[in-house]
Design a protein around this ligand. Structure first.
Ligand SMILES: [Fe+2]
Length: 239
């Protein structure tokens, strides 16, 4: 993978400070980036850093299991990591994190009064194969409230982080579900202001890849650079 940031269409990306997304007002940079003396340390971008992933790392219905299956709707989330020319990006580290079926994260600062699922951790990872393909088994996350404004609810979403050939090539985004009624009201989703570009973050239900008697499949291709890039969060953390 080359220098991903070079090919990114910055005008299509969400603004670091978006009025309706309140916490961005405080954390967005107020000054221009500083150029590093001595330029770019190529070792940052070229060093391969990924350990081998474990057998259950990509199966969130198994990797947090204590004494049974997690509660909720089992789903498959799969797709390809692609560059600006539509070529597959192999060996990318893809990490996801999400709420459980009730809309609850395993996090000490979580205050949403919804149950923790003792068999669901809500985090997983895998590495894209030679065709840029990745696949997770997980539980469909629930919507949860947040304090942005009165009656603010995050649409169901899965957080994605993609590392390329090194730690310096990190892209962070969120995957949403088609037909979610709360999407039009979500300032994080809407901080990507162009509707067509915003909808690149909405996954597609696939009946062809749905496994009979087992799980629905949602497809989510991620384009890491160029005019068709998936919108990425710059400096946003969790919402
Ligand atoms: Fe979230």
């Amino acid at each position: 993978m080359g220098d991903l940031s070079k090919g990114r269409a910055w005008s299509q990306m969400p603004s670091q400070a978006f009025k309706d997304y309140r916490s961005t007002q405080k954390r967005a940079p107020t000054q221009a980036p500083v150029k590093l003396d001595g330029g770019w340390d190529r070792s940052i971008s070229l060093s391969p850093v990924w350990p081998k992933t474990g057998e259950h790392d990509a199966n969130l219905t198994a990797n947090g299991r204590i004494n049974g299956d997690p509660i909720g709707e089992r789903i498959i989330v799969e797709g390809r990591i692609l560059d600006d020319k539509g070529r597959p990006v192999p060996n990318a580290l893809i990490e996801i994190w999400q709420a459980n079926a009730a809309g609850r994260y395993v996090h000490r600062e979580e205050i949403h009064p919804a149950p923790i699922d003792p068999n669901f951790l809500g985090a997983g990872r895998c590495i894209s194969d030679a065709d840029g393909y990745y696949r997770f088994i997980t539980i469909k996350p629930g919507s949860y409230p947040w304090g942005n404004h009165r009656n603010a609810w995050r649409p169901a979403h899965i957080h994605f982080s993609i590392f390329g050939a090194g730690l310096a090539q990190r892209l962070v985004t969120q995957m949403y579900f088609p037909g979610d009624p709360t999407l039009p009201y979500d300032p994080i989703f809407n901080s990507t202001t162009d509707a067509a570009i915003r909808n690149r973050m909405v996954s597609r239900f696939s009946m062809e890849d749905t496994v009979p008697q087992w799980a629905h499949c949602y497809k989510f291709d991620i384009v890491v650079a160029g005019a068709y890039a998936t919108p990425f969060e710059e400096g946003h953390s969790h919402g």
